[in-house]
Design a binder for this molecule. Structure first.
Ligand code: TXE
Length: 480
C-alpha cells in the first residue's frame, strides 16, 4: 500500500509516531493509500525547520522569492493531468472538474501571489512641516495553514502561496481526508528548488497534528478553512496566545431569484451553484428563494434540469456529480434529508443514496436533491449540509426575503438575480454576507477580499488583504 510522507526541512520523511491512517477513494469506498498520523514531535520538527529557514527566506530579494513561487506554479500546470487524476481519486469529484477548476486554480494561486508580492507596498503618512510616518510590513515568521477536503489543492495553495510570498515560513496541514495532492505538491516544491524548511507539510488528524500547530508557541498566525465548530476550537486555543487568526468557515448561502431576472442564465447558473462539486463548496447556494410569479415555472424547469445531471464514476467525462468525500459525510447528508422530511419538506427530486454500478458499487454517492415546503427557520434551512441538497421557497416582497436570507448564523456569500439595477445595489448592501454575486456565481477576481461575516469567519483572504494578514505593520515616525 502506498504510504504518503511528510515534507519537513526539504525532505520527504516518515512520521516519528510510526502511525498511519487509511486513505479512502470515495468513488469505490476502498482504502488505496496510507497517510502519516503525525504527532507533536513531527510538528515540532517542522516548526524548528521553518524557524531555521526564516532569516534567509525573509531576507531573500523579493524577485527571487517570486521566481521560485512562479516555478511551482509552472510545475503544477506541467503536472495538470496527474494532479487532476489524483484529486479526483482522493476527493470523489469528476476528473474533468479537477482539470478545469481545482488544479489550474492552484497554479493560479501561486502565480498570482508570485506577482502580487512584486507590487505590494506600504503606507507613508506625512504630518505637514513636522514629521513623516512610514509603515513597514515585515513577515510574521512561522505561520500555520490548515485546509479542508472540498477543494484540496485549490484551498491549500490559496493560503500557502501568499504566506510564502510575504516572506513567512509555513507549517501546513491538508485535510486528512484528502491529503494526496498536498503530498504531490511537496515533490514539486523540491523540484522547484524551494529552500529546505520554507514550507513544511505535516499530515495527520486535526486533533493531533492540527492542534499541535495551532498551539505551538512559535507559530505566529493561523490561517484556517473548515467547519465553524473547528474554527471556534482553534480560536479558543490560539487567541490567548495572541496569534493572528484568519478563519474561513461554513456557509448556508441564499440564492435570491427575482421575477425580473435573466431567466435562462439564472437557471443554468443555479444548477451549478446548487450541485457543483457535489454541493461541497462553501459558496454553494443551498437556500433558493424564488419570487412567487415565477416560482412554479422555476420549480418545474429546475427539477427537470437537475434530473438530467448524471451521478457516476468521477473518471467518466459525462459525469456531472461524483462521489461525496467520505462515508461519514454521506451519512451526514442523508441524515439531513431525513430531517427535512420530518420537518415537513417534500422531496421533489432525489433524496437518496445514488447507486452507481461497476467498481463504484461501494462508493459514496448522493442523488441531487431538491426539497420544498420548508419554513426558512427550520433546521434544514439553518444548518450547513454541504452536499448536493437544496431547498426552494417562494417569497412575495423584498423585505420578507431579506429577513429569510439574513436569518441564519452564517454570512459567507449570497447570490441575487435581478435586472433592476437599483434593487441589485440596495438589496446587496443589506445582505449580511462577505460576498454578494449579482447575476453570476463564483465569478472570482483574486484581487478581491474573500471571507465571511457572523459565524462564517473572521478576516479576509485574497488580494492584498491576505498579504496584510501575513505581515506585521510597524509604524516609524520621524520628526524633523
Ligand atoms: O472539517 P474540519 P470537517 C464544513 C462542512 C462539513 C463540516 C465538517 O459543513 O460538514 O465543516 O467538516 C483540521 N485543530 N466544512 O470535519 O474538521 C482538519 O484536520 C486544528 C466547510 O471535515 O473543520 C482539516 O485539515 N486543525 C468548509 C481542517 O481542520 C483541526 C470545508 C478542516 O476540518 C482541528 C470543509 C483542530 N482541533 C468543511 N480539527 C468550508 N468552509 O469550505 C480539525 N482540524
Amino acid at each position: 500500500m502506498f504510504q504518503l510522507k511528510n515534507y519537513i526541512n526539504g525532505e520527504l520523511c516518515t512520521p516519528d509516531t510510526g502511525e498511519y491512517l487509511d486513505n479512502y477513494e470515495p468513488s469505490t469506498g476502498k482504502v488505496y493509500a496510507q497517510i502519516p498520523n503525525s504527532g507533536q514531535t513531527d510538528v515540532q520538527k517542522a516548526v524548528a525547520a521553518a524557524e531555521k529557514a526564516f532569516p534567509a527566506w525573509s531576507m531573500m530579494p523579493v524577485e527571487k522569492r517570486s521566481a521560485i513561487l512562479g516555478k511551482i506554479s509552472a510545475l503544477i500546470l506541467e503536472n495538470l493531468d496527474r494532479l487532476a487524476a489524483a484529486e479526483s481519486k482522493d476527493n470523489g469529484k469528476p476528473v474533468w472538474l479537477a482539470k478545469q477548476v481545482d488544479i489550474p486554480r492552484a497554479a493560479k494561486n501561486f502565480h498570482f501571489y508570485a506577482t502580487a508580492i512584486l507590487h505590494f507596498g506600504s503606507e507613508a503618512n506625512a504630518m505637514t512641516n513636522k514629521a513623516i510616518n512610514y509603515t513597514l510590513r515585515d513577515p510574521l515568521g512561522v505561520v500555520a495553514c490548515i485546509s479542508p477536503w472540498n477543494l484540496p489543492l485549490y484551498l491549500f495553495s490559496w493560503k500557502i502561496a501568499p504566506a510564502l510570498a510575504a516572506g513567512n515560513c509555513v507549517v501546513a496541514k491538508p485535510s486528512e481526508v484528502t491529503p494526496m495532492t498536498a503530498y504531490l505538491l511537496s515533490e514539486l516544491c523540491i523540484e522547484a528548488g524551494l529552500p529546505a524548511g520554507v514550507l513544511n507539510i505535516v499530515h495527520g488528524l486535526g486533533t493531533h497534528a492540527g492542534a499541535a500547530m495551532t498551539t505551538h508557541p512559535k507559530v505566529k498566525a493561523v490561517s484556517f478553512t473548515g467547519g465553524t465548530q473547528t474554527g471556534a476550537t482553534i480560536a479558543k486555543l490560539a487567541a490567548p496566545m495572541f496569534k493572528k487568526l484568519s478563519l474561513e468557515l461554513g456557509g448556508k448561502n441564499p440564492n435570491i431569484i427575482f421575477a425580473d431576472c435573466d431567466y435562462d442564465k439564472m437557471l443554468s447558473t443555479t444548477l451549478r451553484s446548487s450541485f457543483a462539486n457535489q454541493g461541497q463548496i462553501c459558496l454553494c447556494g443551498s437556500r433558493i428563494f424564488v419570487e412567487r410569479p415565477i416560482y412554479e415555472k422555476f420549480k418545474k424547469d429546475f427539477v427537470q434540469k437537475a434530473a438530467l445531471l448524471k451521478v457516476g464514476d468521477p473518471k467518466a467525462s459525462d459525469t456531472k456529480i461524483g462521489a461525496v468525500v467520505s462515508k461519514p459525510h454521506q451519512e451526514k447528508i442523508l441524515s439531513y434529508i431525513e430531517l427535512a422530511k420530518e420537518e415537513g419538506g417534500t422531496i421533489l427530486l432525489g433524496g437518496q443514496q445514488a447507486k452507481v454500478g461497476g467498481e463504484c458499487t461501494e462508493g459514496y454517492f448522493v442523488q441531487p436533491t431538491i426539497i420544498e415546503g420548508l419554513a426558512h427557520d427550520c433546521r434544514t434551512n439553518q444548518e450547513e449540509i454541504f452536499g448536493p441538497v437544496v431547498t426552494i421557497m417562494p417569497f412575495d416582497t423584498e423585505d420578507e426575503v431579506l429577513e429569510y436570507a439574513n436569518s441564519v448564523r452564517y454570512g459567507l456569500s449570497a447570490t441575487v438575480w435581478t435586472t433592476n439595477l437599483n434593487r441589485a445595489t440596495q438589496f446587496s448592501q443589506k445582505l449580511e454576507s462577505g460576498i454578494v454575486w449579482v447575476n453570476c456565481w463564483l465569478l472570482r477576481d483574486l484581487r478581491t477580499p474573500f471571507g465571511g461575516v457572523k459565524d462564517s469567519g473572521v478576516g479576509r483572504e485574497g488580494g492584498f488583504e491576505v498579504l496584510r494578514f501575513f505581515t506585521e505593520p510597524k509604524n516609524i515616525c520621524i520628526e524633523y
